[in-house]
Design a binder for this molecule. Structure first.
Ligand SMILES: C[S@@+](CC[C@H](N)C(=O)[O-])C[C@H]1O[C@@H](n2cnc3c(N)ncnc32)[C@H](O)[C@@H]1O
Length: 294
């Protein structure tokens, strides 16, 4: 009998004894006197109820050089990864020329992002739009570089799209089924977008596009400063002390329901940026039941 792919995935998720999909990465931090420390950091994602994001897209506006956690944590589930930055494929762009991976180089000169990683086999690429754009020209000319990989551990094909352009316009123009909205490390300062992605109007837009049971992953960048804001748990630790371990941070982030009846629950931790990056699951229709969801 043919098995529904979601059933197969559910079985795979149940086979393992761990409650989490986890991945240990390394962050490099230099201290005041210039010496460099390499620190281990653990990222976790509760396995339960992740079926809604299976084969959906992850969208990350103003992503800069911050690819790894999003890709490594979500490769077993997500099919299309969208990274959008106005400074990609724009030689010498003031925001991107400093990134070590040469992200400002023309799209047709980019080295595959995951080249040499044992878990990913490069299968090809496609470019749509002009591979290069001079950043002082007035209108930004969008370009999408798509790289296709086989994610070996899950035996799934994934696509990584890097798009030169503005975050908000990509969010509206590109067509995808949104499983994960990923957003962090952004500000009003130099190089930051100044786009208020965590103000109420944008949160509604994100939630409208998000599938039921989809995720918002954020460190609380560009949040609203209104007191007693309904979404304030999303930026709870943005500029203050937080519990010492990922597990404690997840536990201390309180679930809440917004006026539209959407229920937000913290189900993971994706590292520290301008605060801890928390993974929130958004249910639009009451508690999510894996057996009835399709
Ligand atoms: C401060 S960096 C943060 C990058 C990344 N989020 C991180 O945490 O490392 C901000 C990035 O946003 C990009 N950016 C600024 N305004 C933007 C916009 N309106 N749309 C898309 N990208 C933008 C810049 O080029 C820069 O790479």
């Amino acid at each position: 009998m043919n098995q529904n792919p979601l059933q197969k995935l559910r079985q795979k998720l149940e086979i393992t004894t761990s409650k989490y999909i986890d991945y240990v990465g390394y962050k490099i931090r230099s201290n005041d006197i210039g010496s460099v420390q390499v620190m281990k950091e653990k990222f976790i994602l509760e396995r339960e109820n992740l079926l809604p994001i299976h084969n959906k897209a992850l969208f990350y506006p103003c992503s800069g050089n911050d690819f790894d956690v999003a890709i490594f944590l979500f490769s077993p589930l997500i099919t299309d990864f969208w990274f959008v930055d106005r400074g990609y494929f724009s030689p010498n762009h003031q925001d991107t020329r400093g990134y070590k991976r040469g992200l400002d180089a023309p799209a047709d000169e980019q080295i595959p992002l995951l080249k040499g990683h044992p878990d990913y086999q490069f299968m090809g690429k496609k470019i749509v739009g002009s591979p290069t754009w001079y950043w002082r020209d007035y209108d930004i000319d969008p370009c999408v570089l798509t790289e296709i990989y086989l994610h070996v551990p899950s035996n799934r094909k994934i696509k990584i799209h890097r798009r030169r352009g503005y975050g908000i316009s990509a969010f509206h123009k590109e067509r995808f089924s949104l499983g994960v909205f990923f957003y962090r490390g952004d500000s009003q300062g130099e190089g930051g977008s100044g786009n208020l992605w965590l103000h109420t109007r944008r949160i509604h837009e994100i939630c409208d596009k998000l599938v039921d049971g989809g995720l918002i992953v954020t460190d609380g960048s560009q949040h609203s400063y209104k007191q007693d804001h309904v979404y304030k748990e999303l930026w709870k630790y943005r500029s203050g002390e937080c519990p010492p371990t990922a597990e404690e941070i997840i536990k201390s982030a309180r679930p809440f329901t917004d006026p539209e009846g959407r229920h937000f629950t913290c189900i993971g931790y994706a590292g520290h940026r301008y605060g801890p990056t928390l993974v929130w699951q958004v249910r639009k229709s009451g508690p999510y039941h894996p057996t009835t969801h399709s």
